[in-house]
Design a protein around this ligand. Structure first.
Ligand SMILES: O=C(O)Cc1cc(O)ccc1O
Ligand SMILES: [Fe+2]
Length: 431
């Protein structure tokens, strides 16, 4: 399948979709007929325990050329620069940390071999917490397929496009989009426009859902109709295909004699999807003070405690901003939640310099942060008038537990030494 073929999408979040690449491939009125249409095999993929409440029950039925069970044994393969929870290579650091972008990958690096773990929390075996990865790749995956049993993958492209060939069909994700691959869904990544890099939140916990809107009402933030799922498209590839599976922190591989991206039709509400972050309906003050950045939540992975997220995915999207007698950029703060921030393009309004596209910062539990000195000085003196904040696109992976960095993240060249200095020179003005 090539990128030249037009892609189409199904609209909605969490709803029941259905799609057949060949008319008649989808059974009608039942999921598992005695003989599925067109000689296909019927198979269910579930994203939660069967018995969870209907509101968060996610499963899909796949009609495929071969059942997923038809595979040879997997064997351990190297983990490369991938790391998993529990993160114990270093200890959680109260310091504010910031990184430059990853160096260029060696030629021949694909999306999977280009995954590089910055840190995380929780425990893959307990299905709790997250890992934060970066990816940098210059090569498409050919005859190579990946699946992650440890969690869903929320992918944030920062440069270069990704064409995600999934069991459910194809999704194109470019800078400004996010894409999500559910736990266990097989996919391969084509780079249709050359090298690509970006960020990944591997969510070990409960799947991301839209946040409740409470008093905001029935609309706003990320609107469900803007989430796009693929239409069915299958690869009829008979021949060796390497399938790599991330399982409880390790990579395993098996060489199949066919592509497991062989789903001809499917229906259900457990699907990969993409979302254009610029469609986010930004809500903020029209009087004074800023709401907390929870107002910018695109998706949330709930924990067992209502309101306490395993992880939130938050976007600082283009918006108009002014408040009466209000300091405009983010305020100084110390939070119990831990924040990893990335930048897709441009600049972020709390940081005058040093926070660059492809880089990132980690402000762990209770660490004191906020505008750098230059931003504080400028914003304290600024004339308060409506201002369009549209010179950048930043995001945050916010999580309930402190993030422990990997060894490679704290020893690497691209860790910025001296980040603390951005808050130096915030002089005493009290009199
Ligand atoms: O740290 C940041 O820049 C993100 C952030 C923004 C904001 O307006 C309030 C709190 C917060 O963590
Ligand atoms: Fe913050």
């Amino acid at each position: 399948m090539s990128d030249a073929q037009a892609l189409s999408y199904l609209s909605g979040f969490g709803n029941e979709h259905s799609s057949e690449a060949v008319p008649g491939a989808l059974p009608i009125g039942r999921n598992s007929p005695q003989r599925a249409p067109l000689g296909l095999y019927a198979e269910q993929l579930s994203g939660n325990a069967f018995t969870e409440p209907r509101a968060h029950n996610r499963r899909s039925w796949l009609y495929r050329i071969r059942p997923s069970a038809a595979h040879p044994p997997f064997a351990r393969t190297g983990n490369g620069s991938l790391r998993s929870a529990p993160f114990e290579e270093t200890v959680p650091d109260p310091n504010r940390l910031r990184w430059d972008p990853l160096p260029k990958p060696p030629a021949g690096t694909d999306f999977v071999s280009g995954l590089w773990t910055l840190g995380g929390n929780g425990d893959v075996r307990q299905r709790a917490g997250i890992a934060i990865h970066l990816y940098a790749a210059d090569t498409s995956m050919t005859d190579r397929v990946f699946s992650d049993s440890d969690g869903e993958l929320l992918i944030v492209p920062q440069s270069g496009a990704l064409l995600l060939h999934t069991e459910f069909g194809r999704l194109r994700a470019e800078p400004g989009h996010m894409a999500l691959i559910p736990r266990g869904v097989r996919f391969s990544v084509e780079l249709p426009a050359g090298p690509a890099r970006g960020y990944v939140c591997e969510n070990y916990g409960r799947p991301f859902v839209l946040p409740d809107l409470g008093p905001i009402g029935a609309n706003g933030l990320a609107n469900p109709r803007d989430f796009e799922a693929p239409v069915a498209a299958w690869q009829d590839a008979e021949g060796p295909v390497e399938v790599v599976n991330k399982y409880c922190g390790n990579l395993w591989a098996a060489v199949y004699d066919h592509s497991p991206l062989d789903v001809v039709a499917w229906h259900g509400n457990l699907v990969p999807y993409r979302y254009d972050l610029r469609r986010f309906n930004v809500i903020g003050t029209i009087s004074y003070d800023h709401p907390d950045p929870s107002i910018f939540t695109v998706l949330t992975s709930p924990s067992d405690t209502p309101g306490l997220a395993n992880a939130d995915f938050v976007v600082f999207a283009p918006r108009w901003l002014v408040g009466e007698d209000t300091f405009r950029p983010p305020y100084f703060h110390r939070n119990v939640m831990s924040e990893y921030m990335g930048l897709i393009e441009g600049a972020y309004d709390a940081k005058a310099e040093g926070f660059v596209p492809g880089g990132g910062s980690l402000h762990n539990m209770m660490s004191a942060h906020g505008p750098d000195r230059e931003t504080f000085d400028r914003a304290s003196a600024a004339e308060l008038a409506p201002q369009r904040v549209d010179n950048g696109l930043a995001f945050m992976f916010e999580t309930r537990w402190p993030v422990t960095a990997t060894e490679q993240a704290i020893s690497g060249e691209h860790l910025q030494r001296g980040y603390d200095e951005v808050w130096q020179g915030l002089e005493r003005h009290f009199s």
